[in-house]
Design a protein around this ligand. Structure first.
Ligand SMILES: [Zn+2]
Length: 207
């Protein structure tokens, strides 16, 4: 198996959209951003004070790619202009991108590493640029036993190849019903022992 790695340039957004909600969100925001930009340049909104601060997407290329996982996809947005580093992450979040990816992007940015990477099982279409790195890893790049020894990650992130900056929370797929929130000051000891299902049964009145 070959993985094709791309490190986002400062005019690119790489989004992992893993649910219909995220996919719908991204397409809706893109649609509005396009309309917004056209309206702005038509001069119709030039007098609006709000537009002084407006962020615009000037999209050059938009590529939607199937992921190996059914129902998941990748969206590549190539902007005509470079983004400010923070604005790029803000756009990713606003477009429905994964908050974990955004958190990692900000952390890498702060540490001077390439903020955003994408690993694909086939290269982006031919007229896009060549991948920045390739690797033959057998598994997904999640666990340290893979990331630490991945030649592509070592090439792109150096000693941060296996850096895991934040604790990961798995998506909750079971329907658990409404969450009973224990408002007020939370006990840190109880929070550490907290198990999700119990909170919904109203047994835990304070935490
Ligand atoms: Zn690898």
């Amino acid at each position: 198996m070959t993985w094709y790695w791309y490190a986002a340039r400062s005019n690119e957004l790489f989004l992992d959209l893993d649910s219909p909600e995220q996919q719908r969100r991204a397409l809706r925001v893109l649609r509005l951003a396009l309309k917004d930009h056209r309206r702005f340049w038509s001069g119709k909104s030039a007098k609006l004070e709000v537009d002084r601060f407006r962020q615009h997407l000037v999209i050059n290329v938009l590529i939607l790619m199937r992921s190996v996982t059914l129902g998941h996809c990748h969206l590549i947005v190539v902007n005509n202009e470079e983004f400010q580093p923070m604005t790029r992450v803000a756009w990713s979040l606003w477009l429905g991108g994964d908050p974990l990816r955004a958190a990692y992007a900000l952390e890498r940015l702060g540490r001077g590493y390439c903020p955003e990477l994408i690993a694909l099982q086939y290269p982006i279409q031919e007229d896009f640029r060549q991948p920045d790195a390739m690797c033959p890893c057998k598994d997904k790049h999640k666990e340290e036993r893979v990331t630490k020894y991945c030649p592509a990650l070592n090439q792109l992130l150096g000693d941060h190849a296996a850096a895991d900056y934040f604790p990961r929370v798995r998506d909750e797929r079971r329907k658990l019903g409404p969450l009973i929130l224990p408002y007020g000051r939370l006990s840190l000891t109880k929070l550490e022992r907290w198990e999700n299902p119990r909170w919904t049964k109203n047994k835990l009145t304070s935490i």
